[in-house]
Design a protein around this ligand. Sequence first.
Ligand code: DQA
Length: 146
Amino acid sequence: MKILVINGPNINMLGIRETNIYGNLSYPKLVEMIDEKSKKLKIQVEFFQNNIEGEIINKIQSAYSKYDGIIINPAAYTHYSIAILDAIKSVSIPTIEVHLSNIHSREKYRHHSVTASACIGQISGFGPYGYLMALSYFKESGILNE
Ligand code: DQA
């Protein structure tokens, strides 16, 4: 089982940016945490972080027929990128959307996700554990064996 973990703009600033919202964990530490869990679950994981919408789209397109699943935190693009929505739809790879913070308890403009409709579901508000929950789902639900 091969999973691609994509993080969007400013996720590389974790541990520095708005620590009251996103916590103290840095992006490299987040990667380490996900990597450890993936080893326990015997899942192959690859990571991609980029601040540019088109680069994220290129990465999703290049995942076609190469990955069994995608875990994506599109960050701010969540709220307005129809292009990322279309990219997720175009590759037909089971995708889970993750947010560190609870987007529904924040500013109104964060409540709506345009990308979530192309995903199996959305995990929001559990900090780094959201990514681990998504990995467990892929491993244990059997959805990738159907
Ligand atoms: C985020 C929530 C978004 O609204 C925000 O723009 C981010 C991070 C999260 O993980 O909580 O950059 O996706």
